[in-house]
Write a protein that binds this ligand. Structure first.
Ligand SMILES: [Zn+2]
Length: 106
């Protein structure tokens, strides 16, 4: 089943101190709270881009770009890049299935 892209990426926010996390932690490293609320982030700034050129046992692998990004919250995550956005660019985040992706905002 192919699901349509969903705007934004799910993050988990500590119900106690409201720190944001991705992926969901077992306990909040900041206050050790164990309850999280789901939130969404819609955009992030690209910090670093890498290209995966080969993947073991994948014959028809196309080079893929992945980016380390930082949200306005200071949350770091790795997303698949769908365009040529480079470091410093603000990208819109979206999800396909459960995987996070980003592309230049328009
Ligand atoms: Zn907390």
């Amino acid at each position: 089943m192919i699901s349509a892209p969903t705007l934004g990426v799910t993050i988990w926010r500590c119900a106690n101190c409201h720190a944001g996390y991705f992926p969901e932690p077992l306990l909040c490293p900041r206050c050790h709270g164990g309850a999280f609320e789901i939130d969404r982030v819609l955009e992030a700034v690209v910090e670093e881009v890498s290209v995966i050129r080969h993947m073991i046992s994948q014959e028809n692998w196309q080079p893929r770009r992945i980016a380390n990004v930082r949200t306005a919250d200071g949350l770091h995550m790795t997303v698949g890049l769908r365009d040529e956005s480079g470091p410093g660019a603000t990208i819109a985040l979206f999800e396909e299935g459960t995987a996070p992706f980003g592309k230049a905002k328009r």
